[in-house]
Design a binder for this molecule. Structure first.
Ligand SMILES: [Zn+2]
Length: 386
C-alpha cells in the first residue's frame, strides 16, 4: 500500500468543511474565499458585476482594444483559443463578425476526441474560420497523462500545459499581439480574485492558477526528456513580454453566460450537444470534446469533494438558471458518479489496471474529506445533510 498524498497541505485546504450559503461550492475549492456571511467570492463577484458594471462602457473599451490591435494589412490580428465548444465559438464569431477582427483560431487537441467533439470542431471551422490544430506526440502525452494522474491526482495536467501554451506559440509564429480568451475561470467560478477587476491574464499566474504549482520542467525527473516536453513548456515569459503579447478575457468586456453562449454557438456555427448527459453531472453542453475529461472532474471530486455537478450547479445558480435547492438535489444525484463509459479507454491510455486505478484514487482521499463507513468510502460532510 503506497502512502497517502497530503492533499490538504498541497492545496492549502481548510480542515473544517462548509458550503456557500448561496450556491453549492464548498470552501475546499483551491484559492476560493468567503465573506463573513458565508458567501463565496464567485457569488459575490457575480452580484458585484450585476450591480456595478456598465456594460456599455466595457464595450467601448473592447472597441478601443480591437482598434489598437487590428491590422489592416490582411494579416491575422487576434488568436482565439477555440476547441469548437460553445465559449470559444462565441468569442471567435463575435470578434470576426461584430468587431471586424481577423482571428486565427487554434485548438490544442484533446487526449482522445469524442465524435461529438470532433463534429463540433468541424462545424465551427466550416462556418467560416481559419484554424490550426496542435497535436503533441501521443507516446509522450500518454506517459505524462499517466504520471500526472498518479503524482498530481489529475490526468489533465499535460493537456492543460498544451492548451495554455499553444496559443502563445501561435501568437509568436504569426506575429499576433492579442490573444482573446473567454471567461476568467479563476474569478467567475471561485479562486484568486486579484485579477477580477482587470481584463488581462498574465503568464506569471500560469504555474499557480493553471498548473497546480508544477511547471512542465518538473517531469524531467521522471525521465521525460527536455525536448519531449517542448510543446508543453511554451515560450519564455521574457519573450512574451518583449513581443508585447497581451492575453485578454472577453468575459471582462461582455456579460458572460455559458448557456447563452450555447444558444449562440448553436445558431451561428452548428454547435450541437451530446444525446446523453455527461457523466458526473446533468449537463449536456459543456466539455464535450474529450473522452477522458470525466476523469479530471472525478479526481476533483476525490481530492476536494467537489464533483462536476457541484461546479455546474454553482454557476447555474449564480446565473439564475436554477435555485439552490434544485442544485443540492442535482449534486446529491450526480456528483459521486464514477465515469464508466470510457473507463477502459482511460486504463488503456494510461497503461493501468483496474486495481492500480483504484489505488491511485484512494491515495488522493484526504482524511478530512473522506472516511470509511461499513467498508465504503463516504464524504464526511455533504451539502444535503448540512
Ligand atoms: Zn457561492
Amino acid at each position: 500500500m503506497t502512502k497517502k498524498k497530503e492533499v490538504k497541505k498541497l492545496y492549502n485546504l481548510p480542515s473544517e468543511i462548509f458550503f456557500c450559503k448561496e450556491c453549492t461550492i464548498s470552501n475546499q475549492r483551491p484559492r476560493i474565499t468567503f465573506d463573513k456571511m458565508g458567501v463565496c467570492s464567485a457569488c459575490n463577484y457575480k452580484k458585484f458585476k450585476k450591480k456595478n458594471i456598465d456594460w456599455q462602457q466595457r464595450e467601448t473599451e473592447l472597441l478601443k482594444l480591437c482598434d489598437k490591435f487590428r491590422k489592416n494589412n490582411g494579416e491575422y490580428d487576434v488568436v482565439v483559443p477555440c476547441s469548437g465548444g460553445k465559449d470559444g465559438t462565441f468569442v471567435a464569431h463575435q470578434l470576426k463578425h461584430k468587431y471586424g477582427m481577423n482571428p486565427l483560431c487554434v485548438t490544442w487537441a484533446p487526449l482522445v476526441y469524442t465524435s461529438q467533439g470532433r463534429k463540433n470542431l468541424d462545424s465551427f471551422i466550416n462556418s467560416g474560420f481559419n484554424h490550426i490544430l496542435g497535436t503533441s506526440d501521443p507516446v509522450i502525452t500518454k506517459k505524462l497523462t499517466y504520471l500526472s494522474f498518479k503524482e498530481l491526482g489529475d490526468p489533465f495536467q499535460p493537456f492543460i500545459y498544451g492548451q495554455s501554451n499553444f496559443p502563445l506559440f501561435m501568437a509568436l509564429n504569426y506575429e499576433i499581439k492579442l490573444i482573446m480568451y473567454g471567461e476568467n475561470g479563476e474569478v467567475e467560478y471561485g479562486g484568486d480574485m486579484k485579477n477580477a477587476y482587470i481584463p488581462t491574464r498574465t503568464i506569471k499566474d500560469y504555474n499557480k492558477h493553471y498548473f497546480s504549482g508544477i511547471s512542465p520542467d518538473f517531469w524531467e525527473r521522471y525521465n521525460i526528456l527536455s525536448k519531449d516536453l517542448y510543446p508543453f513548456k511554451g515560450p519564455s515569459d521574457d519573450l512574451i513580454n518583449k513581443k508585447k503579447i497581451e492575453m485578454h478575457f472577453l468575459g471582462y468586456y461582455k456579460s458572460w453566460d455559458p448557456q447563452e453562449n450555447f444558444y449562440y454557438a448553436q445558431k451561428h456555427c452548428g454547435f450541437s450537444v451530446n444525446d446523453e448527459r455527461n457523466e458526473g453531472t446533468y449537463s449536456k453542453y459543456a466539455s464535450l470534446d474529450d473522452k477522458l475529461d470525466g476523469f479530471h472532474y472525478y479526481m476533483a471530486y476525490i481530492k476536494f469533494g467537489i464533483g462536476r455537478a457541484t461546479s455546474d450547479t454553482a454557476h447555474e445558480i449564480r446565473d439564475g438558471k436554477i435555485n439552490r435547492d434544485e442544485g443540492i438535489q442535482l449534486v446529491k444525484r450526480y456528483d459521486h458518479e464514477k465515469p464508466s463509459k470510457y473507463y477502459n479507454i482511460f486504463l488503456e491510455y494510461c497503461d493501468l489496471t483496474d486495481g492500480e486505478f483504484n489505488e491511485v484514487v484512494d491515495q488522493w482521499r484526504s482524511d478530512h474529506i473522506w472516511h470509511k463507513v461499513n467498508n465504503n468510502w463516504k464524504l464526511r460532510k455533504t451539502i444535503w445533510e448540512e
